[in-house]
Ligand binder design. Structure first.
Ligand SMILES: [Zn+2]
Length: 221
């Protein structure tokens, strides 16, 4: 198996860790785009996407682990959470076996990093990706789930969905402007989403504000 390529790449990589999914993508067993779908919670388990049988996968995982330990990399358990309002823990293996799940979610971190940097890296890697709500430029959009519409939408694979269907319609809108207040409200809100709008001039999405729980907004005041 081709594992030596990683040694080279890891040494020069801008990233300070390597994960099992990096290896699977790197050796061509896992399609990077399919992997993104899994990260968005659209696939039951990652192994469904891996183009190798379970025996070969577990052999690759075993080699990866011994490669990492032989190089003195630090094992860092990392949470993988879906980029959906449910924030569900993502599943890797068909079996759901805790030991196998644990080996998939272990990131191997460079020993050259200080302890503090390792901690910060682990915190960042475990952080769930932010939910994003879009202010549509076209007011005529239709929710793909139940045909509604609204001021905000969330992009799902089949199309845009309204906040009611994704279960975030109880959140209150807080326009950007007061950075400190926004930070306080966000910290107090269990669920939140970033609100963006596409700028035709700058050709990119720009942050407009935040959706937070009304109670969090009240507490922040
Ligand atoms: Zn809807």
């Amino acid at each position: 198996m081709r594992y030596h390529w990683r040694t080279q790449r890891f040494a020069t990589s801008a990233r300070d860790f390597v994960s099992a999914t990096d290896i699977l993508v790197g050796i061509g067993w896992l399609d990077a785009q399919a992997f993104e779908h899994w990260r968005r919670g659209q696939i039951d388990c990652l192994e469904e996407l891996v183009r190798a049988n379970l025996q070969r996968i577990s052999e690759a995982m075993r080699l990866f682990r011994s490669w990492a330990t032989a190089r003195g990399l630090f094992a860092s358990p990392t949470a993988y959470v879906g980029r959906t309002p449910r924030r569900q823990t993502l599943r890797f293996s068909r079996s759901g076996n805790p030991a196998i799940e644990a080996s998939y979610r272990t990131h191997w971190v460079s020993p050259e990093l200080s302890e503090k940097k390792r901690e910060r890296l682990a915190e960042k890697a475990s952080h769930a990706p932010e939910l994003v709500a879009v202010q549509p430029l076209n007011a005529d959009w239709i929710c793909h789930r139940r045909g509604g519409t609204g001021d905000l939408l969330m992009m799902e694979t089949p199309g845009p969905a309204c906040l009611r269907c994704v279960g975030l319609d109880d959140l209150a809108y807080l326009p950007a402007g007061d950075a400190l207040f926004t930070r306080r409200a966000k910290a107090k809100s269990t669920r939140y989403a970033v609100v963006v709008r596409f700028s035709r001039i700058r050709r990119r999405y720009e942050r407009q504000g935040l959706l937070v729980e009304p109670q969090a907004l009240a507490d922040a005041r």
